[in-house]
Write a protein that binds this ligand. Structure first.
Ligand SMILES: [Zn+2]
Length: 152
């Protein structure tokens, strides 16, 4: 169909919680670590045709309740993923109760958005739409299953 529409960023749709008490030895969240991790997951998820940059952003930039988001330029196979700066994690708004945030889960979540972006040529349906919520649930379930599988 050759739609030239790019997906707008889906800000605020990714406020997933860690949920499970995973005791993880995570490397510290820096742009360097996150980009290395991103490359690894790009290979695992068959997303090597995408040019992806991961940056660490403050809460004021991301918006309340957002752990990460993804700005996708689908036709160019380019994306920028933003992950919340660790200095801003742990507030009441995330309901973590002292648990550490699994930023790799958010990273994988955002990467899965790239796959599904091809299903939404006209743009992301919106976090509150039925399609948007179903897509988020699927992405969240897949991200958790993938991480659990690789961490066995
Ligand atoms: Zn999402």
């Amino acid at each position: 169909m050759g739609s030239s529409h790019d997906l707008p960023s889906h800000n605020n749709c990714c406020s997933q919680e860690t949920g499970k008490r995973e005791q993880l030895v995570m490397s510290r969240l820096t742009a360097h670590n996150a980009n290395l991790r991103c490359l690894m997951w790009q290979r695992r998820l068959s997303l090597v045709d995408w040019r992806i940059k991961v940056i660490v952003a403050r809460l004021a930039q991301l918006g309340e309740g957002t752990l990460g988001d993804c700005d996708i330029t689908r036709v160019k196979r380019q994306a920028q993923i933003r992950l919340l700066d660790l200095r801003d994690v742990g507030g009441q708004q995330f309901h973590f109760d002292g648990e550490s945030w699994d930023w790799e889960l958010t990273l994988v979540h955002e990467l899965l958005h790239l796959h599904i972006s091809d299903c939404f040529h006209r743009g992301w349906p919106g976090a509150k739409s039925e399609a948007g919520m179903a897509a988020e649930r699927m992405i969240d379930a897949l991200a958790r299953a993938l991480l659990a599988g690789y961490r066995k």
